[in-house]
Design a protein around this ligand. Structure first.
Ligand code: PDD
Length: 278
């Protein structure tokens, strides 16, 4: 399998990164995960835009232009013959003597790789997934797609231990989002609810695309926080991400959501999203 490191495509075992890279020492870097469906990337332009925005918020400058970044994605998809999967790209501030303040002369380190995914055979789409809740232990700039992901790893591990697919993180009694996905509910009145954008959550691009599709479907939406109690009492729940697309949530902390089966709106929106993406 080929990976990309600082301008070159190399076999994964030949890739080398310095132990002084600030990504390694400080998690001083940002990343993107873009889905590939039938050999084509979904919504690449907004991923590029979010990458630029994350970099800018951390005062990082990347000399590569948009075309070069797209080329490296395409280069990996072609070389690794990715039909269905994801491309991961990571940009760190680069290699420097260890010092907390930003170095003035470091060159950003850019690495990328692909992972296959079986989107069409995803059983979770049929059965729905379980979610548990856990305190949101993250920092306050969750709008930046930073590679500092320890709270998310801890949350996902807790979910796994409790037999769930995802953990929804909770702050002041309200759900922020999943450890690697955006969170939605459908109220008993049929209103689709998801948290509004802000520093409290990552601006999910699947979320954003789905909101446009929901608008086309003329379904009612309210962008506001919701509590765990409201989610458990909801008619439906679902989550979205580049790697999961849209997945129905059938239980929260082992309480069934609705009748405990994937809901009609979640199913319809998954189908709508796949339709858009293929
Ligand atoms: N995670 N919220 C968080 C905290 C995320 O990490 C992600 C994505 C999302 C969904 O964003 P999008 O729809 O743009 O993928 C929401 C990626 C997939 C990951 O870390 O692997």
């Amino acid at each position: 399998r080929y990976v990309y490191v600082n301008g070159e495509f190399v076999e994964a075992e030949n890739a080398r990164i310095s132990i002084f890279d600030r990504g390694f020492l400080f998690a001083d870097g940002v990343y993107e995960v873009t889905a590939v469906l039938n050999g084509r990337m979904i919504d690449f332009a907004p991923h590029l835009q979010r990458l630029r925005s994350s970099l800018a918020k951390l005062d990082m400058t990347l000399e590569m232009d948009d075309a070069a970044i797209e080329d490296l994605h395409q280069g990996l998809i072609t070389r690794n013959r990715v039909e269905n999967g994801v491309v991961y790209i990571q940009v760190t501030r680069g290699v420097a003597e260890r010092d907390f303040a930003y170095p003035s002369d470091a060159e950003p380190t850019v690495i990328a790789f692909t992972q296959p995914r079986d989107y069409f055979g995803d059983r979770n789409a049929e059965t729905g997934v379980k979610v548990v809740t856990t305190p949101d232990l993250r920092w306050v700039r969750r709008d930046i797609k930073s590679i500092a992901l320890l709270p998310q790893a801890m949350g996902k591990q807790e979910a796994k231990k409790r037999g769930a697919y995802e953990a929804w993180m909770v702050e002041d009694g309200l759900v922020t989002e999943g450890t690697s996905s955006s969170a939605f509910i459908v109220t008993q009145e049929g209103v689709i609810v998801t948290r509004a954008l802000g520093r409290e959550i990552l601006p999910g691009l699947t979320r954003s695309r789905l909101l446009s599709l929901i608008e086309e479907e003329k379904l009612p939406v309210d962008q506001r926080p919701f509590s765990v109690e409201e989610a458990v009492a909801a008619r439906e729940a679902f989550l979205t991400s580049a790697s999961s697309f849209v997945l129905p949530v059938v239980s929260i902390n082992d309480y069934p959501v609705g009748d405990g089966e994937p809901g009609p709106i979640a199913r319809r929106l998954r189908a709508r999203y796949l339709d858009f993406a293929t």
